[in-house]
Design a protein around this ligand. Sequence first.
Ligand SMILES: [Zn+2]
Length: 181
Amino acid sequence: MREEERDKWYQYHNEKFGIPLEYLRREYEEELSGKVPVDAPLEVPDRMDTYYKYSYGQQSRFFRELRENKKIYGAKCPQCEKVYCPPRAHCSLCYKPTEWVPLKGTGVIKACTVQYFTTSAFIKKLPFICAYVQLDGTDFIMMTNMEVEDVSKITVGTRVEAAFRDERRGTITDVYFRPVD
Ligand SMILES: [Zn+2]
């Protein structure tokens, strides 16, 4: 296929399916070069969109409690009594099924760093804190969303409390943490 025809071919599929031109050029350069054996499998561009449901499985209650009741729940092992948050359906140490326990939503920063670079999704929030918090009444740490005016005031040992968004969607970002005044 001549270069001009190839460009038209790329353009056609770009407009028909919304497939990026750079993808089409990369994936079909060889096919359109005329060097592929005539009996080799011919692949053509197409596009598939899909809707699907993602299940939180045995962690579902944790997310429902965030969304419906603005509550954080941990998972307690009935044998060793360790409390997990983020929750686990089974104790990692004893393999026993855990039980739900409500938490107060306060805790302490165990590790943190200030982010000055990020992906486009979070760029308006820069600089922000990425922190691991151990919630009171738990034995493990969880990675949290922090919202802080002055990032220089956050350090290991800072006490924090949970706050909940007005619009909650049943995701981990329904809750965020801020320093206790
Ligand atoms: Zn256990």
